[in-house]
Design a protein around this ligand. Structure first.
Ligand code: NAD
Ligand code: DAU
Length: 331
């Protein structure tokens, strides 16, 4: 795989994956990205062996010739924020479902290998006291327009593998953290609130659980699946990082030397999933993958320091992001 097309490679996880490829492989990389509000061009600017094509994954005229010039497509491009999908689901349907359909038709025509990047949210949620975790056999049960659109995209990929022999794999990963994550998301929102002297904002009782993984570990998992995965298979990606939102907020406050109760409870998210938890034994045992970031609090501290050092990037977007939350009673 010497030529890789990375869709959504100017977003949070996609740009981390591009950095991973540059550091760990000899591949030449084309990023196809629409540069929506969630993209950061500078995250991949100036990188060796990386070319950016600005375009829409739902536009077959752009996608088809590009796909034909590459050995493999790694499909990250998506509308990714649950709260936004509750305000307006339409871009989620267009990008996540029609965009994936467009990619699938292009790889079908060209015979190109595809890896489809998806989410654990397709499985719905677990109770707090449920001893089970998600596995590759958990039934799909998405809750939000975002997760339903990702579930739809996964089903399309599975159907194109079975009916048309497309050479694709799928990964469903848990919540990522790390550099370049948009400040609308939970961890960067709370870090940047505290840097600006404000208070973290917890939805509902704050006891919802997310299973955190560093974006670098997600990248190594995707690369492992591309290199060693079996066509047609799905792999769950997780690093045993379950934390309540409340505990994450307390870790952030502790890092800044602020009192542990120095936060606000705000209006809960509609349909808010209670708990996600990933059992990633298949990926570890069959393909030999291991996460490097095993200490969440240390990874979080490094991420806090990154946001402190990169205020010039996020600061211009903070006011508008918070104004959108304020309009919903979540600020
Ligand atoms: P993001 O919102 O940070 O980035 C998405 C990128 O896709 C942006 O650069 C955006 O410009 C681009 N994009 C959006 N619509 C496009 C279109 N129509 N055509 C071309 N490019 C378009 O998202 P993220 O958090 O980096 O997530 C990337 C992928 O990983 C998504 O598929 C998401 O479902 C999946 N995922 C995310 C997480 C997480 O914790 N963030 C966890 C598991 C899976
Ligand atoms: O599980 C994987 C998913 O993780 C990805 O598929 C999504 O693209 C990604 O955005 C993420 O979804 P979540 O909805 O879990 O992430 P978010 O950062 O929006 O919220 C994390 C948790 O924090 C969730 O329980 C909601 C809560 N929250 C969020 C915000 C923005 C708060 O309590 N306060 C907040 O201000």
């Amino acid at each position: 795989m010497s030529r890789l097309l990375v869709t959504g490679g100017a977003g949070f996880i996609g740009s981390n994956f591009v950095h991973y490829l540059v550091a760990n492989t000899d591949a030449r990389i084309t990023v196809l990205d629409k540069l929506t509000y969630a993209a950061t061009r500078e995250a991949i600017d100036g990188l060796d062996r990386v070319e950016l094509v600005v375009g829409d994954v739902a536009d077959g005229d752009v996608v088809e010739p590009l796909v034909a010039q590459h050995d493999a497509v790694v499909h990250y491009a998506a509308e990714s924020h649950n709260d936004n999908s509750l305000n307006d689901p339409s871009p989620f349907i267009k990008t996540n479902i029609l965009g994936t359909f467009t990619i699938l038709e292009a790889v079908r025509k060209a015979g190109t290998r595809l890896h489809h990047v998806s989410t654990d949210e397709v499985y719905g949620d677990l109770d707090l006291d449920d001893p089970k975790r998600f596995t590759e056999d958990t039934p799909y049960n998405p809750s939000s327009p975002y997760s339903a659109s990702k579930a739809g995209s996964d089903h399309l990929v599975r159907a194109w593998v079975r009916s048309f022999g497309v050479r694709a794999t799928i990964s469903n990963c848990s919540n990522n953290y790390g550099p370049w994550q948009h400040i609308e998301k939970f961890i960067p929102r709370q870090i940047t609130n505290v840097i600006m002297g404000g208070r973290p904002k917890l939805y509902g009782d704050g006891l919802n659980v997310r299973d955190w993984i560093h974006a670098d570990d997600h990248s190594s998992a995707v690369w492992t699946i591309l290199e060693k995965g079996t066509i047609g298979e799905t792999y769950l990606v997780g690093a045993d990082g379950e934390q309540t939102n409340l505990d994450v907020v307390r870790m952030i406050l502790k890092h800044f030397g602020r009192p542990e109760d120095d936060f606000d409870h705000v209006t809960d998210r509609a349909g808010h999933d209670r708990r996600y938890a990933i059992e990633s034994g298949k990926l570890r045992q069959q393909l030999g993958w291991q996460p490097k970031f095993q200490d969440f609090e240390a990874g979080l501290a490094a991420t806090i320091e990154w946001y402190q050092a990169n205020e010039a990037w996020w600061r211009p977007h903070k006011e508008a992001t918070e104004a959108a939350y304020a309009a919903k009673g979540q600020a």
